[in-house]
Design a protein around this ligand. Structure first.
Ligand code: NDP
Length: 490
């Protein structure tokens, strides 16, 4: 733990100077104002209200987006209900064709989507280009393959679609969360009403255009933008038979209460406070890359982020040294620059939440380390942050920060690592770094986490189910498991 701030500044100067490499935005046409996507076309909102969506890296307005009210949501659910009659009876191979078509268009328009995702959300272009958009296309491609094989997926059952699915998604992976929700719902024969997050609605607006380009029958997908109130109207509408929500545990609990006794099917994908556990026999350089990817990827706005680093005591010192050295080389700045590692924080509100929790960490006695880094003057930014001397009772070790902030704790034995890792109300993900296969299996068996990565972190694949235990929610998305919540299997 020997690196000081001064040494870190010296290190930062030693790394290569990169020339700016901004992605061009000429090919992207963001409209000044968007309506709602209902019944296969863009319509004016009944509310007559719009709100701005800004670029968090510049604070400049990108567009105005409609705020859907009760009547708008009702129109969307009715359009989805009407479309369900024919969509659910369409030959499954025809449904597959539409999904394959959407997947292909997502690939064709990948560059445009990546730029819009980065401008609206603040994430580095290399992430939206290499992760968000390709994975979104892969989800449609994967579920297109299931649409005509449901009876093989659930043998001896008679899988039937449920009706209209109401889906509410967050701002950290806007298009990818849309794909996680819409692809399995459509493959199973349902129609949807989706509400994107208030701060990141633009890729969903582009997706509406893609639905039109794919000539998807009107009403199969409806997109209503707005704030939390609009989300609440979607999930509580009596015409909605299935609710899928990704977001905070707080709102997830509210929705669960709201739906109690309604007979609606519900899946919740909520927060996390994952432990990334490094044993003494782990390949340390590889582990450092995994730790960085685990917590600084997407500015830490990741529900399964490895936000608690548990390090075996014997290697704590060399590992911290390597980690601090690596932090000094991370490039923070223009998210559209292809060399940027850390982009902008999604919103002012999220930045204030991160600042508040970091302040609490300092007050409670943890030791803060931030590499020397210049924050741009405009926009919302937070440097990569590392806390050592963290006790399990500190807020930074218990609460989801959802920012680029890592809390480091130590352990001596595998049993202690498991005890500490499971000592959280969440249970979404975990990581294990060790040379021993048997230890990986033992740990995976004992960790109460929906996903356990071994010698890697934050790897996603449409064929693999994802979801949590405890306050991280219930239900699985991805894989064959992701179809079940959209089907009546009785
Ligand atoms: P929210 O849970 O408030 O937002 C998620 C989505 O739900 C958004 O579309 C939001 O709309 C909508 N929403 C808000 N209130 C309601 C409601 N009563 N009924 C139905 N839908 C609603 O998360 P925040 O954006 O406020 O983020 C707060 C914290 O949540 C973060 O700091 C982070 O810790 C956690 N979080 C976790 C995520 C995860 O993937 N597990 C994702 C996002 C946040 P709107 O955008 O307009 O508020």
């Amino acid at each position: 733990m020997a690196i000081t701030k001064k040494q870190s500044a010296a290190l930062a100067k030693q790394v290569f100077e990169y020339a700016p490499a901004p992605e061009s935005i000429d090919h992207v046409k963001i409209q000044p104002r968007y309506g709602l996507f209902i019944g296969g076309k863009m319509v004016e909102p009944h509310s007559k209200k719009h709100f701005p969506t800004i670029n968090p890296a510049t604070e400049k307005k990108l567009a105005e987006v409609a705020e859907a009210d009760e009547i708008d949501v009702d129109r969307a659910v009715k359009a989805a209900g009407k479309a369900f009659e024919s969509w659910s009876h369409l030959a499954p191979s025809q449904r597959s064709r539409y999904l394959f078509r959407i997947s292909r268009i997502l690939q064709e328009r990948a560059r445009e989507l990546a730029v819009v995702e980065t401008m609206d959300g603040g994430k580095p272009i290399k992430e939206s280009r290499d992760v968000d958009i390709p994975l979104s296309a892969a989800h449609f491609f994967y579920y297109a393959g299931w649409a005509d094989k449901l009876e093989w997926a659930f043998p001896n059952r008679k899988p039937r679609p449920l009706g209209v699915a109401g889906q509410v998604i967050p701002w950290n992976f806007p298009l990818l969360m849309l794909a996680w929700k819409i692809a399995p719902a459509l493959a199973a024969g349902n129609t949807v009403v989706l509400k994107p997050a208030e701060t990141t609605p633009l890729s969903a607006m582009l997706f509406a255009d893609i639905c039109m380009q794919a000539e998807l029958p009107p009403g199969v997908v409806n997109i209503v933008t707005g704030a939390g109130k609009t989300g609440s109207l979607v999930v509580s509408h009596p015409g909605v038979k299935k609710v899928a929500f990704t977001g905070s545990t707080e709102v997830g609990k509210l929705i669960q209460k709201q739906l109690a006794g309604s007979g609606k099917k519900l899946t919740l994908e909520l927060g996390g406070k994952a432990a990334n556990i490094v044993f003494g026999d782990a390949p340390l350089d590889q582990a450092v890359e995994g730790i960085v990817n685990g917590i600084y990827f997407n500015q830490g706005h990741v529900c399964c982020a490895g936000s608690r680093l548990l390090v075996q005591e014997s290697i704590a010192e060399p590992l911290m040294e390597k980690l601090k050295r690596r932090l000094s080389t991370l490039r923070l700045g223009d998210p559209l620059d292809k060399n940027t590692d850390i982009g902008a924080i999604n919103s002012r509100a999220q930045l204030e939440k991160i600042q508040g929790l970091v302040e609490s960490g300092i007050q409670e006695g943890a030791e803060l380390y931030q590499p020397e880094c210049q924050l741009p003057e405009k926009g919302f930014w937070f440097p990569p942050t590392l806390f050592t001397n963290v006790s399990q009772s500190y807020r930074i070790a218990r609460e989801e920060i959802f920012g680029p902030v890592l809390s480091v704790l130590t352990f001596r034995t595998p049993a202690e690592a498991v005890e500490k890792a499971n000592n959280t109300p969440y249970g979404l993900s975990a990581g294990v770094w060790t040379d021993k296969g048997s230890r990986i299996l033992w740990m995976a068996e004992h960790l109460r986490a929906g996903v356990v990565w071994a010698n890697t972190f934050n790897r996603f694949d449409p064929t693999s189910p994802f979801g949590g235990y405890k306050e991280s929610g219930f239900g699985r998305e991805g894989g064959i498991h992701g179809l079940a919540p959209y089907l009546d299997l009785n």
